[in-house]
Write a protein that binds this ligand. Structure first.
Ligand code: ATP
Ligand code: MG
Length: 114
């Protein structure tokens, strides 16, 4: 997964932005009272994936060991930062963990057992 910060918006780069994005930026510039830098360092997240009956049959047929669940490491030591007033691009193939990363740094996933 690759993350990259861009430069501040200027005349040249803002020309390519949609009106919706321009409106969102204007809203943030007007309403953000305290600029905040968000940093995350060596972020880890893993879940216990429980196989459905269908998955277990499929796995058995394919020669995999018949286990009820498997541990999945979704985020492996992800580090990065987002600067105020700049756009951060998070890029990666489908399933790379972009949404999981955003959920983790915005406190949208609970910490639990398993
Ligand atoms: N709660 C969960 N339990 C088990 N697997 C999960 C869970 N949440 C996400 N995954 C798996 O983690 C991987 C990363 O998912 P995620 O949705 O973060 O990817 P993404 O980069 O946002 O993909 P897309 O570009 O398709 O939106 C996927 O293989 C997904 O199936
Ligand atoms: Mg996603």
């Amino acid at each position: 997964m690759i993350s990259q910060t861009s430069q501040n918006f200027d005349e040249g780069s803002s020309r390519a932005l949609s009106n919706a994005t321009k409106n969102a930026i204007a809203y943030c510039e007007k309403n953000a009272k305290v600029p905040v830098k968000v940093t995350f360092r060596k972020l880890m997240f893993e879940v216990e994936h429980k196989f459905s009956e269908e998955e277990r049959v499929y796995r058995k047929d394919a020669g995999f060991p018949d286990v009820p669940s498997v541990r999945k490491q979704l985020l492996k030591e992800c580090s990065g930062y987002a600067m105020p007033g700049q756009t951060l691009y998070i890029m990666g193939a489908s399933g790379a963990g972009k949404t999981t990363l955003l959920n983790a740094i915005s406190d949208r996933i609970g910490v639990g057992k398993g």
